[in-house]
Ligand binder design. Structure first.
Ligand SMILES: Nc1ncnc2c1ncn2[C@@H]1O[C@H](COP(=O)(O)OP(=O)(O)OP(=O)(O)O)[C@@H](O)[C@H]1O
Length: 295
């Protein structure tokens, strides 16, 4: 499959960003890119506008500060929101804090300051098991399957809190990933990277999440398999699951998402519709590079 076969941006433009927001990158520290051209007053206005758009969001993070090592912050005042039904992509340079943001939303890293809400309920630093029971699924980039278990057993692990729903949920997952049905008795450890990714996503979907957090779902896959993953993400989203996707493959991610964030140095550099970000000369210059220019 070629890149040209990828679906374009979603037709459903329920999440279009107002003109005012499209022209206004979210605040960033001096020296960290073109957004540094904004004056403090402009930064404040941009942040205020982002907060206005975040009202009533399914997932919302405000001014998040988090890190792994005492005294070292990886997220430096990150703002984020996901509206119900949205597919939102997070891109940015290596080390920008993309995966850290996802882990922080999922309660895997303690929040030093700032807040996270789910459907308006405070979930800052809530443990992952509570988030799962509230309808949040998380698919880490690595070590995301039980290799010694069969595919079916991996799916059972996904639904261990509600075993009676296994059949219905497995049917739903197999509809999205037919291979998981065909190979249900095979060991997950014998699968290729792309197939394991399907198992990991399938397992997260077994709990019928309303929000799915995907950490670099296309990592390590061939271009054709990457396209498959992105198409599957769109299909999952079309079944009503809101998605937050961190991706190294920035261009393909922006092609399929409703809205994107560019993270740099642990805070928002830009946010806009995927299409607008892809065509923004500053984003191309700073974050998409020659690949974007060539296409
Ligand atoms: N477990 C950890 N302990 C300490 N530092 C970490 C840990 N995981 C990540 N970091 C550091 O946090 C910073 C951000 O990492 P993160 O993985 O969030 O970046 P990223 O934007 O997802 O980039 P990449 O695509 O390269 O993974 C990096 O400097 C990284 O070295």
């Amino acid at each position: 499959m070629s890149t040209g076969d990828l679906p374009g941006p979603p037709d459903d433009r329920r999440f279009t960003v107002p003109e005012s927001d499209q022209d206004a990158p979210v605040a960033q520290e001096p020296g960290a890119g073109a957004a540094a051209e904004l004056s403090p007053a402009e930064k404040a206005a941009t942040r205020e506008e982002h907060q206005r758009l975040a009202e009533g969001a399914l997932v919302r993070a405000d001014d998040l500060v988090a890190g792994y090592v005492p005294g070292v912050n990886i997220l430096n005042g990150c703002d984020f929101y996901l509206q119900d039904g949205e597919l939102v992509g997070i891109i940015g340079p290596n080390g920008a804090g993309k995966s850290t943001l996802l882990k922080t939303l999922f309660g895997l890293i303690p929040v030093r300051s700032g807040s996270v809400t789910l459907r308006g309920e405070e979930i800052t630093s809530a443990p992952a098991h509570r988030l799962v029971s509230m309808g949040v699924g998380y698919v880490p980039q690595n070590n995301n399957v039980f290799p010694s278990l069969t595919i079916e057993e991996n799916m059972q692990m996904g639904v261990y809190l509600r075993p009676k729903t296994f059949k219905d949920r497995f049917d739903y997952v197999v509809d999205l990933f037919p291979l998981l049905g065909e190979r249900r008795k095979g060991k997950a450890g014998a699968l290729s990277g792309g197939e394991r990714q399907m198992v990991a996503m399938g397992r997260a979907l077994m709990m019928d999440p309303s929000v799915l957090l995907l950490d670099e779902p296309s990592a390590g896959l061939s271009p054709a398999l990457q396209d498959e993953v992105f198409i599957r993400c769109r299909r999952i989203n079309a079944t009503g699951v809101s998605i937050i996707m961190v991706e190294q493959n920035a261009r393909r991610c922006l092609q399929i998402c409703h809205r994107g964030y560019v993270l740099d140095q642990g805070r928002n550099a830009y946010t806009d519709t995927g299409t607008s970000l892809m065509n923004d000369p500053k984003v191309i210059e700073l974050y998409l590079g020659t690949l974007a220019k060539a296409q």
